[in-house]
Design a protein around this ligand. Structure first.
Ligand SMILES: [Zn+2]
Length: 426
């Protein structure tokens, strides 16, 4: 009897463990053709430059990334890759979708780089359809792209949807593709106009790196194998986020409301180190919070956005409160406020913390001042000014030239004296 209880207990534990393991990893829900047909759509082209906020034109960045992605994917078995444009020409969004529909594509992936009006946004994001079946497929593939970018160190803004006023998908290339029966998504690799993202996209090498990351994401989603690369991603296609074919993923839904709540409480103020630590508690029932920014004037002006630590927008996990360490301007008595942002860039400003003392790094003591003076009394030999340095060099050159001419003259005179004598000897 007792043994039976232990045995059933172990069985229950094993079943629970298996359930837990499966909760975060799910297989691909999309059924694919053989071979898989993938259409890559380098955004913009021709007169349509895309964003011009960075050092380059977006249309060129999109094309090179897509070309490298295609080249890389062609090393895998069981997939055929096409591009909507191979050169600097523009196509309507309908025509891009039509290319994919005519090829009977399994997916259309539209390749883009981003920029924001405020130049304050940074990070990568992906846009997917609102139509449930395409939404679920889009969510799984989009997650594969964003996982790769996260591994590269890019900040992740999440998988998102945007609704048109007519109720369907806002972004034309997605809307036109799904209308023709082709699952589609848009990847926005990063923001070309933000310093935190520029290191990932400011050279052709960077655009190629993104192309390779994109290819790897697709290989993992479809579970592709490559003999020439020696890679097998069969297992990866079982490790996708869990979605239901006919349900929209709540954390990918467009959030039209500001975060509900943002509050800060003081942990510690180090007045002599210009440091403040606070607990930030923020809540948005619809989305993860992604950035925060700091105000020292009670919320009138804010610094640039900083990633909120500890959350994972791809799984929806986020801590309830964050410890934030802030460097305060020296010789200031700040009125501290924080602001949090959701992935749709809507924000909420916290309460204001005031301080009864000025933040100030200690003034040097009498002893320290004495030491400084002593050092000043015995100054290091001054480095020559560039002007004097130039003159010294000039004199050196003239000196060497004089000596050389002297030596040359000496030999010439010597030869002229010796030569006639030699002739006489002949
Ligand atoms: Zn674009």
């Amino acid at each position: 009897m007792h043994k039976k209880h232990i045995f059933s207990g172990i069985l229950l534990c094993v079943a629970f463990l298996i359930l837990c393991m499966n909760a975060s990893a799910a297989p691909r829900i999309q059924k694919t053709k053989d071979p898989i047909i993938l259409v890559l759509d380098p955004g913009h082209g021709g007169e349509n430059n895309g964003t011009e906020e960075g050092a380059y034109l977006e249309k060129d960045m999109n094309l090179l990334t897509a070309q490298v992605m295609a080249e890389e994917l062609r090393k895998y078995d069981g997939i055929k890759v096409y591009l909507t444009r191979e050169d600097d020409t523009d196509l309507s969004l309908k025509d891009r979708a039509k290319v994919a529909a005519d090829l009977n594509a399994d997916f259309l992936v539209s390749i883009h780089y981003n920029a924001s009006e405020s130049h304050a946004l940074f990070g990568a994001e992906a846009w997917i359809s609102l139509i449930p079946e395409y939404h679920a497929q889009g969510y799984q593939l989009a997650t594969c792209f964003l996982r790769e970018y996260r591994d590269m160190g890019v900040f992740i803004r999440g998988v998102k949807t945007r609704r048109h006023s007519k109720g369907n998908d806002y972004y034309g290339v997605i809307r036109e593709s799904v209308t023709l029966g082709v699952p589609a998504l848009i990847v926005e690799h990063c923001h070309v106009d933000h310093p935190l993202d520029q290191e990932f996209c400011d050279s052709e090498e960077d655009w190629k790196l993104f192309g390779k990351a994109d290819a790897l994401a697709v290989a993992k989603y479809f579970g592709l194998k490559s003999k020439s690369l020696g890679e097998d991603h069969t297992e990866d296609a079982q490790d996708l986020p869990e979605v239901t074919k006919n349900q929209l993923v709540p954390r990918a839904m467009q959030d039209l409301t500001e975060p509900l709540y943002c509050h800060i409480t003081l942990i510690d103020a180090k007045y002599e180190e210009d440091l403040v630590s606070v607990y930030l508690t923020g809540e948005d029932p619809d989305s993860n919070l992604i950035y925060y920014s700091v105000s020292f004037d009670g919320g009138e002006t804010f610094g640039s956005g900083i990633p909120l630590p500890g959350g994972d927008i791809l799984t929806g996990e986020m801590p309830d409160s964050f410890r934030i360490d802030i460097e305060v301007p020296d010789k200031s008595t700040p009125r501290l406020a924080l602001r949090v942002y959701n992935p749709y860039d809507l924000d909420c400003i916290s309460n204001v913390l005031t301080f009864d003392q000025m933040f100030q790094k200690p003034v040097p003591t009498l002893e320290a001042t004495k030491e400084i003076r002593e050092v000043q009394v015995d100054p290091e030999p001054e480095a020559p000014s560039p002007e004097a340095d130039k003159k010294a060099k000039l004199f050196k050159v003239i000196g060497i030239a004089c000596i050389a001419t002297g030596v040359l003259l000496f030999f010439i005179i010597l030869f002229t004296l010796l030569l006639p004598r030699k002739k006489k000897e002949d």
